[in-house]
Design a protein around this ligand. Structure first.
Ligand SMILES: [Zn+2]
Length: 179
């Protein structure tokens, strides 16, 4: 094939790389993932597109190497995306403030003592004991009316002392890396 035809294939692959990069970035922005991952994907995408096509045209990379390079960049983008997604999912909830109270018994939540956090969509509910968390889950409709809570279905809960999230549906446990 002519060099021009080959570079067309690279441009098509670059289009795929761009599409994957943009899709990953939009998903991460909506997820509220860390900015560093969004920048990293932007850099990989823009850098990947320019360097592959350019280095092929300049004869620095052979066609095969340029294709491998582009595919590898796409693969790295997807890896960065999943890493950011997992980290976001396992990130600890916000620390309780001075006015945070247990939803069940209204006791103040002390940040340096044991507490439990229930995640319902974007909302976090705090409990001073596991027993109160369980009581809330068993009588969720009553507590929602009683406390006038506008919350989504509970997904998982956080055990402060163990720094882990426990899924309510599966038994999957995610260990949080940062504080
Ligand atoms: Zn309580």
């Amino acid at each position: 094939m002519e060099k021009q035809e080959l570079s067309h294939i690279l441009v098509i692959l670059a289009g795929l790389l761009r599409a994957v990069g943009i899709a990953c970035m939009i998903a991460l922005i909506f997820m509220g993932a860390r900015l560093r991952y969004i920048f990293l994907i932007a850099l990989l995408t823009v850098g990947g597109i320019f360097t592959t096509v350019l280095s092929f045209l300049l004869g620095i990379l052979s066609f095969t190497h340029a294709v491998i390079y582009e595919v590898v960049v796409i693969f790295i983008n997807v890896l960065v995306f999943f890493h950011a997604y997992r980290e976001k999912k396992n990130l600890p909830p916000p620390k309780p403030s001075e006015t945070t109270r247990c939803v069940v018994c209204s006791a103040y939540i002390k940040p340096n003592q044991e507490y439990f956090v229930l995640r319902c969509g974007e909302n976090y509910l705090y409990f001073d004991t596991e027993e109160h968390l369980k009581r809330f889950l068993e009588n969720i409709e009553e507590y929602k009316k009683f406390r006038n809570l506008q919350i989504k279905e509970p997904e998982c809960y956080y055990i402060h002392s163990k720094r882990i999230w426990v899924d309510l549906k599966q038994k999957e446990v995610g260990v949080s890396k940062s504080n």
